[in-house]
Write a new protein. Structure first.
Length: 159
């Protein structure tokens, strides 16, 4: 009688072969982790990619508005001091006094017109009814006074 040899399969040979499924067959509830496990395992080494090539392009970042830097009273005074050959202390006190005079006139209700810049004036806002957007409730808004600035035509056209 002939001897029969029994062949056994190793665990690797018994394992089912995993392949990628087409996107149409992927269930909507499947998580990215499940998809990663279902991807075929390749025994090839990854190929070296030249810098900047072969990578997926990311969408460009949204354009953010550039914030203009503030110019302080001290910076204005320093600029005046340099252009007029005056001490900074004198120009700082001059700018501070100019601002306080302008504020005094605006508080009195006068219109302040600065040639080439614009007009500062106080406007009265009447009382009104408004609506709270969260609750829809009607709210009474008190009368108030606001400072308004109208840009001069020369400055508007320059910008």
């Amino acid at each position: 009688m002939a001897k029969t040899t029994k062949t056994t399969m190793s665990a690797i040979e018994k394992a089912p072969v995993r392949t990628r499924r087409s996107p149409s067959k992927v269930a909507a509830t499947e998580t990215p982790a499940k998809r990663a496990r279902a991807a075929p395992v390749s025994s090839e080494k990854p190929k070296a990619v030249a810098a900047g090539k072969g990578r997926t392009k990311t969408p460009p970042a949204p354009i953010k508005p550039v914030k203009a830097p503030f110019v302080t009273m001290k910076q204005l005074a320093a600029t005046l001091a340099e252009s007029r050959d005056m001490p900074k202390r004198d120009t700082e006190s001059f700018v501070a006094e100019l601002i306080s005079v302008l504020v005094g006139h605006i508080k009195d209700g006068a219109k302040v017109r600065i040639a080439g810049l614009g007009v500062l004036e106080v406007k009265d806002r009447p009382a009104r009814m408004a609506r709270n957007p969260a609750t829809g409730e009607q709210v009474h808004v008190e009368a108030s006074r606001k400072v308004a600035f109208r840009v001069a035509k020369d400055l508007r056209e320059a910008i």
